[in-house]
Write a protein that binds this ligand. Structure first.
Ligand code: UDP
Length: 329
């Protein structure tokens, strides 16, 4: 049976939105935590309260730097690999960076982990389900991606390669690998500039600007609180039976984007109008969105008993309080 008490974590992308919450929770549990982040989308402010903690170490470097990676992995007994190109806006605008970071970065992490025999958790994404229409999405479903001239699908394909690579390292070399697919994950500190809808709508509402719904707004999503999501990640990290599988992590509370805009308008009591913008203007001509995205979370529930504790209303309240503070309201 694999080791199940890990004391020394390395989090790639640990200055990012999800990574910084994870780092904080692990430090609170008394773990040693090292973070590697090139601050391309991560921010030092996210980890500022941890920087002076004796159990915390921050390396500003890219995961492609194999020398730094190797040194950090040699000092860890488990790696949580979150560093990746994220955000639909960023992915559509910088496809080369997306593909290279996601594929070469994961390869670099796995090579070092193999050298030192570390458990590795690799973050993947619900984008992998692409245009899947069988709801809810189960980890064993076939995947249906769009054509290669639509850059959005490069993200899904690159993350699929990461999953294949992780499982191949497990099957061929016996490396202890766990994969998880994050569904829409939100909460305070998430930034809106790479596309994420909740911080964008909340900022627009609080500033009295138009709330920009893309497409006709009938597309549906399930938003999970980052605090729930990191509990699922920690559960997988610690569970001896977790390796060898992919796990969906997300909420199953569905909402349409029109309804989300209306709820945000309501709780902020804004006079902002809700406007609709065609996808071709918001992203690029030919952009394809998913109509519905709901996870089947029975696999992780069966393993860990994990279930989200926060509702969408809780999330919207938390994000509103945070954004009000940011805007000095
Ligand atoms: N969206 C929107 N207005 C915005 C940003 C996003 O209507 O200002 C939509 C987007 O087209 C998608 C949904 O909100 O249908 C969720 O977008 P996000 O980028 O947060 O995550 P995705 O589900 O696309 O990964």
């Amino acid at each position: 049976m694999a080791q199940s008490t890990f004391e020394s974590y390395l989090i790639t992308g640990g200055a990012g939105f999800v990574g910084s919450y994870l780092a904080e929770a692990l430090i609170k549990k008394g773990k040693r935590v090292a973070v590697i982040d090139d601050l391309s989308t991560g921010r030092v402010e996210n980890i500022a309260p941890l920087l002076s903690h004796p159990n915390f170490h921050f390396a500003r470097a890219t995961i492609m730097d194999s020398i730094v990676m190797d040194r950090l992995v040699s000092q860890a007994d488990i790696v949580v690999h979150l560093a990746a190109a994220v955000g639909v806006q960023l992915i559509v605008e910088h496809p080369v960076h997306t593909i290279e970071t996601n594929i070469m970065g994961t390869e670099s992490v796995l090579k070092s982990a193999l050298r030192y025999g570390c458990r590795v958790l690799i973050a993947s994404t619900s984008e992998v389900y692409g245009k899947g229409y069988r709801i809810p999405f189960n980890e064993t479903d076939d995947v249906l991606l769009g054509a290669t001239d639509k850059h959005r699908w490069a993200y899904a394909a690159s993350k699929m390669v990461d999953e294949f690579l992780g499982l191949a390292y497990l099957d061929e070399f016996g490396l202890d690998v766990v994969l998880f697919r994050l569904f829409n994950t939100v909460g305070p500190r998430q930034r809106g500039q790479y596309g994420m809808v909740i911080p964008r709508f909340m900022q627009q509402a609080l500033k009295g600007e138009p709330i920009t719904v893309y497409g006709d707004g009938t597309q549906r999503r399930c938003f999970g609180h980052v605090k729930d999501v990191i509990q699922a990640i920690i559960g997988l990290a610690e569970h001896p039976e977790a390796p060898g599988y992919v796990y969906n992590i997300g909420s199953t509370e569905e909402v349409s984007i029109n309804e989300l805009a209306a709820r945000i308008k309501d709780i902020t009591q804004t006079h902002s109008e809700i406007i609709h913008i065609p996808y071709s203007k918001a992203y690029a001509p030919g952009f394809e969105d998913m109509a519905r995205r709901v996870p089947d979370t029975s696999r992780i529930q069966n393993l860990l008993g994990w279930q989200p504790q926060y509702t969408l209303d809780d999330i919207l309240n938390d994000v509103m309080v945070y954004e009000q503070q940011q805007l000095g309201l």
